[in-house]
Structures are given as structure tokens and as C-alpha cells.
Ligand binder design. Structure first.
Ligand code: RTP
Ligand code: MG
Length: 145
């Protein structure tokens, strides 16, 4: 048996998820897995916040379309807590490309956006403990982050 390691991760339900009415479904899956919603807010993010969040992708071909897409409507940001939830939520989310994401995952079951441009894949989840703390600061800074 592995040791229990409580972690925090930053989850976003992206504007495509909000528009399609999937926010509750994503949060339901997080809770059903046994994770806790520690903080939650709905906001339409501005470019400045998104530039910080996606700094690692600056200069890539999908960077501008990504910022455009992510600022196009409401996003639900959540601090999720639980045992090894950083990797665990990435497993729940599935592969970045919804077409390749396995059935049973959020993107595999619900993602249906394909074609040119940026991948509208419903959710974001932090990819490491360092990313999680950095991203929680970006979305919840000054609110006990
Ligand atoms: P995320 O950060 O959103 O959890 O997704 P990820 O780690 O699976 O993917 P990442 O490589 O970090 O890319 C961030 C987001 O940019 C969009 N993207 N589109 N070629 C494309 O069309 C493309 N590549 C990336 C996706 O929305 C992806 O989640
Ligand atoms: Mg990423």
C-alpha cells in the first residue's frame, strides 16, 4: 500500500465546459472520486491572468488562440484537495486531445471539439506540485491561497 499524501491541485472548467452546461458534471466527478472542493469561483479571466497561467506556452502556435478561447467566457476555478489528487485529476481528465482521451475520462466521455485551432478540452488540471502552488496563487491569490 502506498502512503497517503494529501495534495492540492488547481482545476479549471474551461469556457467550452461552462457553455455546454458541464460544470456540475465535472465537479460531480471530482467529488465522486473522493476529492474535496476547497475553494471555488466563477469568473471570466482577463489576458493578464491567462498569460501568467499559460506562461510555459508563450510563443507556441496555439498560444494566442488559447488565450482568446480561455477569455471568451466564464471559467470555474477550483482548488481540489485529496490523496495524490494532482496525478489523480489528470487521470480523471484524460489525454489533452479529446479524440485520443480514453472513455471513462472527462475529455474522453464529454470532449467533442476537434478541427483546426486550439483544443477545447473542457478542463485543466495542474501537472505537478510546483505548478499547482503557482496556479493556485494566480487564481486565488489573496484569498488564503
Ligand atoms: P491543461 O494544461 O489544460 O490541463 O492541458 P494539458 O496539460 O493536457 O495540455 P498542455 O500541453 O498544457 O496545453 C494547454 C492547453 O492548450 C490547448 N492546446 N491546444 N495543438 C493544439 O491545438 C493545442 N495544444 C494545446 C489545450 O486546451 C490544452 O489543454
Ligand atoms: Mg498543461
Amino acid at each position: 500500500m502506498t502512503e497517503t499524501t494529501t495534495e492540492r491541485t488547481l482545476v479549471l472548467v474551461k469556457p467550452d465546459g461552462f457553455e455546454r452546461g458541464l460544470t456540475g458534471e465535472v465537479l460531480r466527478r471530482i467529488e465522486a472520486k473522493g476529492y474535496t472542493l476547497a475553494q471555488l469561483q466563477i469568473l471570466t479571466p482577463d489576458r493578464e491572468r491567462l498569460a501568467q497561467h499559460y506562461a510555459e506556452h508563450e510563443g507556441k502556435p496555439f498560444y494566442e488562440p488559447l488565450l482568446e478561447f480561455m477569455s471568451s467566457g466564464p471559467v470555474t476555478a477550483a482548488v481540489v484537495e485529496g490523496d495524490r489528487c494532482i496525478e489523480g485529476f489528470r487521470s480523471l481528465a484524460g489525454a489533452t486531445d479529446p479524440t485520443k482521451a480514453a472513455p471513462g475520462t472527462i475529455r474522453g466521455d464529454l470532449g467533442r471539439d476537434w478541427g483546426p485551432g486550439v483544443q477545447k478540452n473542457i478542463v485543466h488540471g495542474s501537472d505537478s506540485a510546483e505548478s499547482a502552488e503557482r496556479e493556485i496563487g494566480i487564481w486565488f491569490g489573496g484569498q488564503g491561497a
